[in-house]
Design a binder for this molecule. Structure first.
Ligand SMILES: Cc1cc2nc3c(=O)[nH]c(=O)nc-3n(C[C@H](O)[C@H](O)[C@H](O)COP(=O)(O)OP(=O)(O)OC[C@H]3O[C@@H](n4cnc5c(N)ncnc54)[C@H](O)[C@@H]3O)c2cc1C
Ligand SMILES: Cc1cc2nc3c(=O)[nH]c(=O)nc-3n(C[C@H](O)[C@H](O)[C@H](O)COP(=O)(O)O)c2cc1C
Length: 737
């Protein structure tokens, strides 16, 4: 409901909001420019400055102080009538006042869309829409980050428009809320719905103030008024009839006797007027350059947020269009929900949708995050989902379990879940298993048991298709799909070999990446996948019809090379092929982002634990630690003489502070030791680090990770914690194979 309100409102009033944001940006930039044009007038009193101006200009009617501090002098004498501007510090007349025609037009567009009264109502609606968007956006953000208390925690970088939408909105929501509330109030005033307190005026002087005027510079009321508090000073219209000044200040308005310089009457601003002044100030940043700067930033962000929002909506629409015959959710017989991050699962979902629909079934297909509370006409629910991270949900299913817990789905639906995963990962199809479990808990009846597909194996998938076909009495069959992303061209630039004499040596391989260019009509665009950071994965197929193997990347695209560290499995397919490469040879690979396996933002200590080639992403994190955040690296190898990967670099990073401490363990040393033993040796220090909020990242073999968990368990127990709790806090992450 919240999400729908957010999207519908953004779409309906998107154009209006974008006009408001763009004009707001121009206006605040204009105000900022004015602030920098005018020297600040600290400590000047009104009498002094006005006296100097009066010495240069005859027939002054009024002096206005603009919010930027600029003084505008309106005069009329026998020869001319005009407005000039005066320097607030020196009182010198600087020239004629020439307001920008463009800015006036933009202001008019911002306030009333150049439409007069109806435009003011529309602007008010834009402000109201912004307020609703801010509230629903805040709610959605809290929900996505796991609660209101988590609002400040780092947003998982999954790339894409949604990530930037979340990052930008988090920092701008408070300023946008202020802009929305103040904008709504000002719009309500402009259409006469709310009083601005202007009609509470000081008592007009009774007749009799016609004594000769004194020198203006000597008048006490003006001498006691700081120039910064002046709003407007009106000169007597006819000095012989009414010899008093009308004075408007920041705190109140009144009349000043021109001969004695005393207040004749004074009316302090009431609550309504002060409210108006403060909200006007908040909306325009008129008196504060710093606040104006924030407003300009917020307007720019609002423009970007509207743009990102519209683009993601268009993207979703395009996805939906690809599925012709997608039945509406409330009329479908079969619901097909898809959890995907890289898009592979969607390709199979489309095939399934097409075949079921062409057999006369009304099928509704959507992302898992779009789960509805209730499907009135549906009998079967099919869920196809991949798994990411440590058995986590893919992007398009991140909110599924939360929505499921609020839904009304029950035994009226039969369900079949298919997991798409990779058995190289510890939690093979871990998320699909969790989804299956939760659906069973809600009482949905099983249509088919959970089916896990390893690396998109077509034979396994068709086994499931046959079983489903029998249940639904249709003929179903999946065919191979060519992946949309073609790989990067990788040219081997250098290789370093370790443990050459052993059966399974390791090699550090550095590749040059040739950015693939895709064409979009007339445009050639750099493939975004050629961006990578330590911890991301390189996927390589040892043969065209073989499943890809993954390798952790140790470098980032900024380093100019793609570095991996590969252990040779003598009877394996991919690793011997990589070890056999010569400098200059080229292969194809696909870079897969893996933002879950990275130190989280902040200054908390990080404990890196790895063995063998598991060092690859860890050394990358150390290399990037130029801000010298406390980093503790524990690494286990076989032999200190022949198998010590990155030895020289590790010493260099220890010396320059990128690495705080290095703990080594060698299994073939005189006193054999594994990395988990080394952790136990430092238990005291590690407990202290964990107490300070340290994050633990583990990379390498499954057996090693198991040993590390066992070693950490008693340390965490001392702090009343467990590995699972640490995992939930995002402080324990594994990349094991
Ligand atoms: C997230 C992740 C990150 C990884 N990062 C790295 C990394 O940085 N560095 C690295 O070196 N590896 C890494 N791997 C492992 C890598 O993906 C491969 O699994 C590894 O290189 C072996 O691939 P292969 O093709 O050489 O062996 P495969 O052909 O996949 O064989 C795997 C093993 O099975 C054995 N085997 C194969 N066929 C048979 C058979 N018929 N009968 C019995 N045994 C058999 C082989 O001897 C071999 O030991 C990572 C894996 C994952 C999941
Ligand atoms: C960074 C990363 C993490 C992964 N983690 C897991 C995992 O924990 N368990 C698993 O079974 N598969 C894992 N996979 C494999 C994907 O689930 C699998 O490739 C799937 O087919 C991707 O489908 P999608 O493109 O639709 O998202 C991971 C893949 C990547 C790139």
């Amino acid at each position: 409901m919240l999400q729908r309100t957010h999207v519908v409102l953004s779409l309906v009033l998107g154009a209006l909001l974008m006009v408001s944001a763009a004009t707001g940006l121009v206006l605040s930039t204009g105000t900022l420019y004015e602030h920098f044009q005018v020297a600040p007038s600290a400590g000047q009193n009104v009498a002094e400055v006005v006296e100097r101006i009066a010495g240069q200009v005859q027939g002054i009617e009024r002096i206005e102080r603009a919010p930027s501090g600029e003084l505008r002098v309106i005069f009329s004498n026998a020869t001319e009538s005009d407005t000039v501007i005066a320097d607030p510090v020196t009182g010198l007349v600087m020239g004629p006042y020439q307001p920008s025609v463009f800015l006036s037009w933009v202001r008019n567009l911002h306030r009333e869309l150049l439409l007069g009264e109806p435009g003011r109502w529309l602007s008010g609606m834009a402000a109201l829409a912004l307020l609703i968007l801010v509230v629903t956006g805040c709610w959605l953000l809290a929900r996505r980050l796991g609660g209101w208390r988590q609002l400040l925690r780092p947003i998982p970088d999954r790339g894409g428009l949604l990530y930037w939408h979340l990052v930008l909105s988090r920092w701008t929501l408070p300023v946008l809320a202020i802009l929305a509330v103040s904008g709504l109030y000002l719009a309500a005033i402009s259409v006469g719905m709310v009083d601005d307190g202007q009609d509470v005026a000081p008592v007009y002087p009774a007749a009799g103030y016609s004594a000769p005027a004194a020198e203006i510079g000597s008048l006490p009321a003006l001498r006691n008024l700081d120039l910064q508090d002046l709003r407007e000073l009106e000169f007597p219209f006819d000095p012989l009839q009414a010899n008093f000044y009308t004075l408007r200040t920041a705190s109140g308005d009144g009349f000043v006797d021109a001969s004695t310089g005393q207040w004749i009457s004074y009316q302090e601003h009431g609550f309504t007027k002060r409210l108006y002044e403060n909200l006007y100030e908040l909306h325009t940043g008129a008196h504060s350059p710093i606040w104006t700067f924030f407003l300009a930033g917020a307007s720019l962000c609002l423009l970007l947020l509207s743009g990102f929002g519209l683009l993601s909506w268009w993207h979703r629409k395009r996805m939906a269009r690809v599925l012709s015959d997608n039945a509406p959710a409330d009329q479908a017989q079969v619901i097909l929900l898809v959890g995907s991050q890289g898009g592979t699962t969607w390709r199979y979902a489309r095939q399934l949708h097409q075949q079921l629909s062409s057999n006369g079934l009304a099928v509704h297909c959507a992302n898992m995050n779009q789960l509805q509370p209730h499907y009135p006409g549906a009998k079967q629910l099919l869920v196809l989902t991949s798994t990411y991270g440590d058995g986590q949900a893919p992007e398009s299913a991140s909110a599924f379990l939360g929505r499921l817990s609020l839904s009304k789905l029950g035994p009226e639906l039969q369900v079949a879940v298919v997991g798409f995963g990779n058995s190289q990962f510890e939690h093979f199809c871990g998320y699909a298993q969790e989804v299956e479990h939760q659906l069973q808990q809600r009482g949905l009846r099983p249509l088919l048991p959970l089916h896990c597909i390893d690396r998109n194996a077509l034979s396994e998938l068709n086994q499931w298709a046959r079983a489903l076909g029998e249940k639904l009495r249709v003929d179903l069959h999946f065919t191979e799909q060519t992946p949309p992303e073609t790989g990067q061209q990788l040219e081997l630039l250098s290789r370093e070999l370790f443990g050459e004499d052993s059966e399974s040596p390791a090699a550090i391989l550095r590749f040059g990446v040739k950015p693939l260019r895709r064409s979009y009509g007339l445009f050639l665009v750099r493939n975004p996948a050629s961006r990578y950071a330590p911890g991301d994965l390189l996927s390589i197929r040892p043969g065209s019809d073989l499943a890809p193997r993954l390798y952790s990347i140790a470098s980032s695209d900024e380093d100019g090379v793609l570095e991996v560290c590969v252990r040779k499995h003598p009877a394996g397919l991919c690793s011997p092929m990589l070890h056999g490469l010569q400098v200059g040879d080229c292969i194809e690979g696909v870079i897969q982002p893996h933002p879950e396996f990275r130190p989280s933002a902040g200054r908390h200590p990080v404990i890196l634990v790895g063995a063998g080639t598991g060092l690859a992403p860890l050394i990358g994190f150390v290399r990037k630690n130029t801000h010298q955040r406390p980093l503790y690296l524990y690494w286990g190898g076989r032999n200190a003489q022949s198998d010590f990967l990155y030895q020289a670099q590790l010493n260099e990073y220890l010396a320059d502070g990128r690495l705080t401490q290095l703990g080594l363990a060698f299994s073939q040393a005189a006193q054999p030791m594994y990395v988990q033993d080394r952790l136990q040796q430092d238990a005291g220090e590690l407990v202290l680090l964990l107490k300070q909020g340290a994050q633990v990242l583990v990379c390498g073999s499954r057996e090693m990770a198991e040993g590390v968990r066992l070693a950490l368990k008693p340390m965490l127990q001392q702090l009343g914690l467990s590995i699972e709790q640490l995992r939930l806090q995002g402080r324990y992450r594994e990349d094991v194979y």
